[in-house]
Design a protein around this ligand. Structure first.
Ligand SMILES: Cc1cc2nc3c(=O)[nH]c(=O)nc-3n(C[C@H](O)[C@H](O)[C@H](O)COP(=O)(O)O)c2cc1C
Length: 206
């Protein structure tokens, strides 16, 4: 559960965030960005913000279990607090990845919002919003093997006719001590946005 610090609530300021038993002494969380939030960028961000929550790029569980030492997992103590984001749809692989990352990570985040075609086709990312039971099984599997808060990043829903983020969030929290984080866009809005971009209008997203 993500909660605002009590003292901050009184002053109506969000100066710190608690995620499970982890307290972030900052109101800044870097967005996980594949190909962008790598070790070098995280080091740079940390130079300017001592306390913000850093996030890694999305790390494929299928790839990580085959090659535990891949460069994408490089980190050091200066990065703490840092959330490692895992993608996948197979509980045993996502759990194994969480185990591999457990001694580096402050938080384990599961990607449930990526709209990219090849990710969706693999039934990872936002495709998990169509299968809340599978998504919940990933959270459960990770919670069973690591003693860290688990967060999920997802969208409002798949499209305007399927806005399921509340039920989805409740389901992801069936196991306590995790957190949640969601986007204010549906997958469909992302795709429309991309279409607009291609004709020269609209906001950029990924
Ligand atoms: C190049 C790029 C790569 C991204 N990669 C990821 C990713 O790996 N995992 C993820 O959850 N979100 C990813 N995102 C989405 C961002 O984390 C963020 O949600 C999005 O840019 C919208 O942020 P905003 O609403 O603050 O603009 C990516 C975004 C961009 C632009």
């Amino acid at each position: 559960m993500i909660t605002q610090n009590m003292q901050d609530k009184e002053s109506n300021n969000l100066n710190s965030i608690s995620i499970g038993n982890v307290k972030i002494h900052s109101n800044v969380v870097s967005a996980p960005m594949a190909g962008i939030t790598d070790y070098v960028l995280r080091k740079l961000i940390r130079k300017y913000s001592k306390d913000c929550l850093l996030t890694t790029e999305m790390i494929s569980s299928e790839a990580l279990v085959q090659r535990e030492d891949c460069h994408i997992v490089k980190t050091d103590d200066e990065e703490i607090p840092v959330s490692f984001q895992i993608s996948g749809h197979k509980p045993h692989l996502v759990a194994k990845s969480a185990q591999i990352l457990a001694d580096k990570a402050t938080i384990i985040d599961i990607n449930m919002g990526c709209p990219v075609n090849k990710v969706m086709k693999a039934t990872d990312g936002c495709a998990l919003m169509k299968s809340p039971d599978v998504a919940a099984s990933l959270v459960r599997a990770v919670k069973e093997v690591v003693d860290l808060p688990v967060t999920c990043k997802f969208r409002l829903g798949i499209n305007q006719n399927c806005i399921n983020f509340i039920d989805f969030a409740v389901k992801m929290q069936e196991r306590k001590n995790g957190g949640r984080c969601f986007r204010d866009q549906t997958l469909r809005q992302y795709l429309c946005c991309k279409h607009l971009l291609s004709i020269g209008a609209g906001n950029q997203d990924y």
